[in-house]
Design a protein around this ligand. Sequence first.
Ligand code: GDP
Ligand code: MG
Length: 177
Amino acid sequence: NINADGKIDYVFKIVLIGDSAVGKSQLLARFSKNKFDVDSKATIGVEFQTKTLVIDQKTVKVQIWDTAGQERYRAVTSAYYRGAVGAMLVYDMTKRQSFEHMTRWLEELRGHADKNIVIMLIGNKCDLGNLRAVPVEDAQEFAERENLCFMETSALECTNVENAFLTALTEIYKIIG
Ligand code: GDP
Ligand code: MG
């Protein structure tokens, strides 16, 4: 898939944000390595993963940053957001509070990031549908009001993970490419 000469046309930085335990690290593992860790420890050390893919015949290297356990309010530093062209705003659809906190995360993101940043709202853990605490309509309404893309995913069952990242990347490409 990569150009024979290994040339990278674009590097896009995407940040993952949202409360602790919503599944950010698992979404990243699923997208970058197609892997899900059954007993994942809290992220330590690893700052980002990369994945190279082709969009519109261009080679795009995506650098996806994960909060290394800094999810407390205002603990994520501005260096984390610097240069980001996309953000995945993740909540756990079985935890109402993680959805309520999206307003804060969005505020923080908008305070730090470029104003053209593409933002994708993600309701993760849709495999636990019987425990749903956030109706899809609530999330859609919020996404529309705030002008975000929206998708429900399952890092566990591999539902919509690639789709969510590719949708964000395609939007980013439309703006930057
Ligand atoms: P983070 O703190 O946001 O990085 O969350 P993690 O990726 O560490 O996941 C927190 C917990 O949720 C772990 O026990 C994961 O196994 C679990 N988890 C993550 N994604 C999913 C998912 O899509 N479905 C289910 N059922 N559990 C998930
Ligand atoms: Mg994590």
